[in-house]
Design a protein around this ligand. Sequence first.
Ligand code: PGA
Length: 251
Amino acid sequence: MTSRTMVAGNWKMNTTPTQGKALAEDIIAAAGTPPTKVVFGVPAIQLMSIKEITAQHEGYFVAAQNMHHKDNGAYTGELSAAMLADAGVDYVILGHSERREYFGENDSLVNIKINKALNAGLLPIYCCGEKLDIREAGNHEMIVGKQIEQALFSLDPAQMEKVVIAYEPVWAIGTGVTASPEQAQEMHSFIRQMVANQFGDTIANSTTILYGGSVKPDNAEELFGMEDVDGGLVGGASLSVENFVPIIKAR
Ligand code: PGA
């Protein structure tokens, strides 16, 4: 299908602005011009300083980890799509399982956020994935299918072309347990088929579908080698040069 197109790091609530700046600079210095797009998903307070760095290097981009679904108003502590876009942010991670788990987000809310992001000119990285009990009961395709349908099917094709999907089985996030390449491929191909059914083959074949969940230097190559795995969304291993650079370079 598509070839590998992106490696995105999700720093979560890690790194101070000083540490983050050093991390981005060191990764870029070590990786050079990357073979694929590299996205740094950084804490909100670092978006503008990391953007200043990525703007000077081909192939590097910055992502917010979340945004609010309203345009503006009395929502203390929140950031809007327009604020992110005006700050030069390229991508926004939406629907991450930690947002779902700790902040009560669901796919109807995420659907609104995706629309707002696209309207503001941001590129959404939409996260989906099942919990362990769902996988064990064999219902993972049904659940991920529902997530995709609720979050993405109301988009028009021109919007869908701009969406990156990240399949992140919750049981593999931060656990050190990775989906096997076969499990990842099976779900990615299912997701691509769903996108094809709704939006047509051309869009489905050009949609970037990332795998996330304990991607490490020693498993990245095998995962990214699967036909429908177009790259990774990487948490823990994106926080060091030593781990992230080999993942960027994995072929
Ligand atoms: P992990 O996190 O790589 O630490 O498992 C992935 C993610 O949550 O995006």
